[in-house]
Design a binder for this molecule. Structure first.
Ligand SMILES: CC(=O)N[C@H]1[C@@H](OP(=O)(O)OP(=O)(O)OC[C@H]2O[C@@H](n3ccc(=O)[nH]c3=O)[C@H](O)[C@@H]2O)O[C@H](CO)[C@@H](O)[C@@H]1O[C@H](C)C(=O)N[C@@H](C)C(=O)N[C@H](CCC(=O)O)C(=O)O
Length: 489
């Protein structure tokens, strides 16, 4: 592509150089720079990309987009912009010929429920033989091809490349989990969303957003980017604020919920240990929905999928068939071991709200005690301490016994993290044991369990690693449980 075409709709100042030249590739990491390419210098959280401009030039970059006053060699074109992350999104979309303008892009945001909603949706789309691409926590899915992303919502350059690959594979529909980080850091800028979906908002990522208000405003940005529908959970207090904001403006608003009077409404809900049945009422009629996952959480997540599929013109029959066809979701209240005496469940719950909901879902069907294995993943600043205490409070209130352990301590002081959870537990007079090594903690929980007990291992869900320091160790909880059980026989 020619550089001047790449710069279409980008606001910039030409510091020096020629625009009538080739722009063969784009890089935001100097180590990925290549011949005749464009290097976009990003001021990061840990380092400043501007200091790697020389390295990018050495690897062949001939155009630099920057936001600071930096001296760059003569023969290189230099463009200055106000925000390089935003510029990266613009040139990346241009480079891949604005793929989202040719597709039906659905964006889901909210603290919890994003991943399972994408899985319900994928199954509904499959009912009509329509393939739906997925970008999210579990990775990117393009037909049979599945690969991991560094982030839940990838950086704009990677994202536009994924969209282009979807278009090339004739995949015209894509559902994407849109994180608040992505919205704040322009990763999804210049992507055209047909539909935006809001699940809920509870405390998380406050090390980046500082306050719930900032976190909410980050999420709310998605609903200024949509063209066809905004789909909102009306039972969530932040959802109701969004509804008030979006009610009298385009695009169309579709609400869902159980408690409030909503467009897509669940009633007559029957909960069972492994599944849930409810009636969904829509403006076009009612149907019975069977969700093969227990608890209110999955009523909400399946409702989000019902509303989205409804907005996308699927029939109620296709919708209920699609939801019933989902047998389970990896790491979402996943029963990884069960015999006559015991049940062991792995779940991604890693916020106080999701942990409480998971424990309350299990409680009515537990014949014995609930033994919870959990930790709190590394997070910076004061919100870390608050979160550790809050998680301990939930554990003390909703589980019978807790095994406090590690969850991706990364570079943080793991003993401090565990000590603060223990302090929270002591303050609430919870029954607990601290076992630093997560594998030992799981073994301990299994060892003390008695007939009828349910063990919930919370935090990692589908994840298959434990990050200690800078090293990522393999850690597959389903396999670990089976190994421990096998040894015990
Ligand atoms: C806090 C945060 O979001 N950081 C993201 C950010 O990194 P950064 O800007 O701090 O990068 P940096 O290391 O300071 O480097 C700055 C620039 O210098 C460049 N560089 C660096 C070294 C070098 O030799 N040459 C070079 O050019 C880097 O490529 C970068 O462009 O931009 C990177 C590129 O997009 C992201 O991968 C990175 O995500 C990190 C890994 C991360 O952990 N992010 C989390 C907090 C996150 O985004 N989570 C959300 C939500 C999760 C969920 O709830 O599901 C997500 O979407 O994943």
């Amino acid at each position: 592509m020619f550089l001047n075409a790449l710069l279409t709709d980008l606001e910039y100042t030409l510091v020096k150089g020629d625009l009538h030249k080739e722009a063969a590739a784009i890089a935001y990491d100097s180590r990925e720079a290549s011949a005749n390419g464009v290097f976009v210098a990003v001021s990061g959280f840990s380092v400043d990309g501007h200091q790697y401009i020389d390295k990018a030039i050495a690897l062949g970059a001939t155009t630099i987009i920057l936001e600071k006053d930096i001296a760059v060699p003569e023969d290189v074109t230099v463009l200055r912009v106000a925000n390089t992350r935003e510029a990266l999104a613009r040139v990346s979309a241009n480079f891949y010929h604005r793929p989202t303008e040719q597709m039906n892009l659905l964006g889901i945001t909210g603290t919890n429920g994003k991943t399972s909603t994408t899985y319900f949706l994928q199954s509904i789309f499959e009912q009509t033989g329509t393939s739906l691409g997925i970008i999210g926590t579990i990775g990117t899915v393009i037909g049979d091809k599945v690969f991991q992303n560094k982030n839940t919502t990838p950086e704009s350059l990677n994202l536009q490349q994924i969209f282009a690959e979807m278009i090339q594979s004739d995949m015209k529909h894509c559902v994407m989990e849109v994180s608040s980080h992505a919205l704040n850091l322009s990763r999804v800028a210049h992507s055209s969303f047909k539909t935006g979906i809001f699940t809920n908002l509870t405390p998380d990522h406050l090390e980046l957003h500082h306050t719930m208000e900032e976190y909410f405003e980050a999420k709310a940005k998605l609903f200024d980017m949509t063209t066809d529908y905004n789909i909102i959970n009306a039972d969530d207090p932040y959802g109701r604020r969004l509804i008030d904001r979006l009610r009298d403006r385009a695009p169309k608003l579709l609400t869902y919920g159980i408690e409030q009077d909503t467009d897509i409404h669940a009633a007559d809900i029957h909960y069972f240990a492994d599944y849930t049945i409810y009636t969904v009422n829509t403006p076009k009629g009612s149907a019975t929905v069977k969700v093969n996952l227990p608890g209110t959480i999955y009523v909400y997540n399946s409702l989000a999928a019902v509303a989205t599929a409804y907005a996308n013109q699927f029939s109620l029959q296709q919708i209920v068939q699609g939801i019933a066809a989902v047998e389970g979701i990896k790491g979402r209240l996943e029963v990884v071991y069960q015999d006559e005496d015991s049940k062991i469940i792995v779940d991604f719950a890693h916020t106080e709200d999701s942990l409480e909901k998971a424990l309350k879902t299990i409680r009515p069907f537990a014949k014995g005690r609930i033994i919870l294995v959990f930790g709190v993943y590394a997070s910076d600043g004061e919100s870390g301490t608050e979160k550790r205490r809050a998680m301990a409070k939930v554990a003390a209130a909703c589980a019978d016994f807790s095994v406090i352990t590690s969850d991706n301590p990364k570079m943080q002081d793991n003993n401090l993290i565990i000590r603060e959870i223990v302090e929270g537990m002591e303050a609430c007079k919870g029954d607990y044991e601290a076992v630093v090594d997560r594998r030992d903690a799981i073994a301990f929980a299994i060892n003390i369990s008695q007939k009828g007990d349910v063990i919930l291992i919370a935090g990692k869900g589908h994840e298959t690693s434990q990050i200690i320091g800078k090293t990522e160790y393999p850690f597959n909880e389903a396999e670990i449980v089976r190994e421990i059980k096998l040894k015990a026989k």
